[in-house]
Design a protein around this ligand. Structure first.
Ligand code: NDP
Ligand code: X2W
Length: 342
């Protein structure tokens, strides 16, 4: 069954990565491609790596242009999706790659995003407990943020198994594409190259409530999260170093067993052999997630580290994986766990 998909935000990084994946998806026909300031431009001028689509011209992002598709992907800035989504019929699968529908708590949304909460859609992280069931047959999907994807996949097994105290510390490094394509002074090559720097420090980053939501659901109790993002001099990738105090009686063996049980059958999550550590280079361009976990016996902390490609599993790959589940396709269709090296 071939489905016709439109992509709003096709000129951006998330939209470009999505199109790269959709071009390799055997059941997708690519329909309308839309933009904002770049409407009227050839895609080849904006996304030169997408050769088969080079002569397609971006249209305005309007309900008329987006209607008549089976699936509509929204890769728009925060706060722009709700107005578009409400114009699309209930039979269309709408996959929002922005943040608008990720949070359950309206007060959290208002505090971190500073606007009225649009609502909550099924959350596109199938590997969470109950995650697949929530997506099956759904017509609306909220794709997670890239940092919450990495951090949640690192720590959820520990919380779901009751091994960790409800106080997580997460420090994650992201490549610059996480900030989108719109030019910003702190993203100039001369600012980023050869340097790493923190930002959004002190519990103010907007992904913090999303992590709290995911970890709290897994733990069955509120979990506090201290999250510090850092910017790394690379185009793609997130390395999330996450830790929590271990509960009494927890051992290296019980931690390892919980992660093996949780991730043993997951198609995209690779729990690395003991002694091997995740690296962003290993998941470049792939939907794979590398995870490793250790028990620090001296500090009695669980240390869980994950690596993802922020644009693939962290955005577009997660969107395609969730779409596959919603439409009843094999979950891995059009996605790869094969990276690019060196
Ligand atoms: N980059 C990443 O790693 C991740 C991104 N996301 C999310 O995906 C979404 C897109 O991000 P990203 O691709 O990085 O951002 P970009 O800045 O690279 O792209 C933004 C896209 O949205 C379009 N756009 C901008 N303003 C409007 C508007 N008012 N109406 C309609 N379209 C508009 C732009 O069109 P034009 O160029 O024509 O102006 C462009 O196509 C965001 O919500 C982001 O949070 C989620 C997870 C990770
Ligand atoms: C490096 C960098 O700036 N990263 C972005 C994360 C972008 C992202 O994936 O999240 P959303 O989908 O919620 O925008 C940031 O920290 O704001």
């Amino acid at each position: 069954m071939t489905v016709r998909a439109a992509v709003a935000g096709a000129s951006g990084y998330a939209g470009g990565e999505l199109l790269r994946l959709l071009l390799a998806h055997p059941e997708i026909e690519i329909g309308a491609l839309t933009g904002n300031s770049n409407a009227g431009q050839r895609l080849g001028a904006l996304q030169p790596h997408l050769l088969p689509l080079a002569d397609r011209v971006l249209q305005e992002t309007t309900p008329d242009v987006l209607s008549g598709h089976d699936v509509v992907f929204l890769a728009l800035p925060h706060g722009q999706s709700a107005a578009v989504a409400e114009q699309l019929g209930p039979d269309v699968l709408v996959v929002d790659m922005g943040a608008d529908f990720r949070l359950k708590d309206a007060a959290d949304w208002e505090k971190f995003y500073g606007s009225a909460h649009a609502g909550t859609w099924p959350y596109g992280l199938p590997e969470l407990p109950g995650g697949r069931t929530a997506l099956e047959g759904s017509k609306r999907i909220a794709v997670p943020g890239c940092y919450p994807t990495a951090a949640s996949l690192a720590l959820v097994p520990a919380y779901a198994a009751g091994l960790a105290e409800p106080e997580a510390v997460i420090v994650a490094a992201s490549g610059t594409s996480g900030a989108g394509k719109t030019p910003k002074p702190h993203l100039l090559g001369s600012e980023v190259m050869g340097s790493m720097s923190p930002y959004g420090v002190g519990g103010v980053h907007r992904h913090t409530p999303e992590m709290i939501q995911n970890l709290g659901a897994a733990a069955g109790e509120p979990v506090t999260v201290s999250f510090t993002p850092t910017l790394a001099p690379m185009p793609r990738g997130i390395l999330a170093t996450c830790s929590a105090k271990a509960r009494d009686g927890v051992t290296a063996e019980s931690v390892r067993a919980a992660y093996e049980k949780t991730y043993g059958d997951e198609p995209f999550i690779h729990l690395l052999p003991e002694g091997q550590w995740p690296a962003t280079a290993s998941v470049y361009g792939s939907n794979a997630v590398q995870v490793q976990v250790a028990h620090d016996a001296t500090a009695h902390r669980i240390i869980a580290i994950s690596a993802i490609d922020n644009l693939t599993k962290g955005t577009a790959g997660g969107a395609v994986q969730s779409m596959n589940i919603a439409l009843g396709f094999p979950e891995e269709l059009g996605l790869t766990t094969i990276g690019v090296a060196p």
